[in-house]
Design a protein around this ligand. Structure first.
Ligand code: KG4
Ligand code: ZN
Length: 336
């Protein structure tokens, strides 16, 4: 069974083909980052227009280079939400229309389920059940995963998502958009001069709050001489605080659920220091940890093709409607 996957929820156009037995056949990504960086953030209308320009050529390329034609494809999975409405609609309308023309099912995939399942594309995938930490630009979620579709929300960010906090702090430090990876590079030159708080770790619970760290960074910057070294020191202190906070909460989640497997995914899971802090924590807890490869931490079509294939294998797909849900809770998904 071949499934074509389409991702257009934000600023990356992703297309991939996944086969139920042979695995990932091909994947293609066009990033709009250069276009949006001029504006210091994603401009939704420009994102939609660029998805329109890039999506169909990428689908054609994916089929041609995989030596497949439309007759070989058994289903089309598309990101139906959460995300930017206009951007979602491009992928949803294209996927649904192609599925109608090719007389095959269309599968509306939840973007965060895609991230959650991305480590399944690796050589040593986790077995169920596990705890998943999803850290992206729009969401920070701790989820108990009993099965595909059986997601119990353990905790979430009450304000900024982890990636959002990285991006806002990076902007404040004069780095471009998106700032996560740039802040991380700058932090590499930082010295351990400042100690930032570990928000919401002094009380029970698994929710997060990252917006205070951004303010703490701003206040620290204002009180400093604003040299390059000061900025690097602040970046390092910020990154340390996020990594430590995530490790404390994940440790709690593992202890609370009694599970010994942690899956970490979403754009921020590309961060090397966060990976190191979580790996160290899981080793102490005698638990295993799983990450997607770096290119599948951030948005991509492969994770959508994979998630859609699992849903289709379970007999699930949608009718003729075009589904785009900017807001959509992962806990609302049906089981497989
Ligand atoms: O998952 P993703 O591609 O998109 C959403 O679903 O939101 O995540 C993008 C986020 C951005 O906030 C970006 O700054 C952050 O992931 N990010 C990083 C790193 N690479 C990407 N944050 C920290 N360190 C990184 N190396
Ligand atoms: Zn994402």
């Amino acid at each position: 069974m071949y499934v074509l996957g389409i991702e257009t929820s934000c600023d990356e156009t992703g297309v991939a083909i996944y086969h139920a037995q042979y695995g990932l056949i091909s994947h293609y990504l066009y990033s709009q980052v250069d276009m949006h960086s001029e504006y210091g953030g994603v401009v939704p209308e420009l994102a939609s227009r660029d998805h329109i320009r890039k999506l169909v050529p990428l689908i054609r390329q994916a089929l041609q280079e995989s030596r497949l034609n439309s007759n070989d494809i058994n289903g089309i999975a598309y990101t139906a939400g959460p995300g930017l409405m206009g951007a979602l609609l491009v992928g949803a309308a294209t996927a649904r229309s192609l599925a109608w023309a090719w007389q095959i099912p269309a599968i509306a995939v939840h973007h965060m389920e895609g991230h959650l399942l991305a480590p399944m594309l690796e050589a040593n995938p986790p077995t169920l059940p596990f705890v998943a930490l999803l850290i992206s630009g729009g969401h920070t979620l701790l989820v108990q995963v009993e099965d595909i579709g059986a997601y119990r929300l353990l905790g979430e960010s009450l304000d900024d998502a982890a990636g959002e906090a990285f991006d806002k702090t990076a902007k404040m430090l004069g780095l471009g958009y998106p700032g996560g990876a740039k802040l991380s590079a700058l932090a590499g030159h930082g010295k351990p001069k400042y100690k930032f708080p570990r928000p919401m770790t002094d009380r029970p619970g698994l929710d997060f709050s990252f917006s205070g760290l951004k303010t703490f960074a701003l206040n620290t910057l204002s009180a400093s001489e604003k040299t390059e070294q000061d900025k690097a020191d602040i970046a390092a202190a910020f990154q340390n605080a996020v990594a430590d906070t995530l490790a404390i909460k994940c440790k709690r989640a593992l202890q609370q659920t009694g599970l010994k497997k942690l899956v970490v995914a979403g754009g921020v899971s590309a961060n090397q220091q966060i990976r190191a802090a979580l790996t160290e924590m899981t080793a102490k807890e005698h638990a295993d940890i799983y990450f997607p490869r770096l290119e599948f931490c951030t948005d991509n079509g492969a994770m959508i093709a994979y998630a859609g294939c699992q849903r289709l294998l379970a007999g699930q797909h949608q009718g003729l409607e075009i589904i785009a849900r900017p807001r959509w809770l992962i806990s609302e998904l049906p089981g497989c």
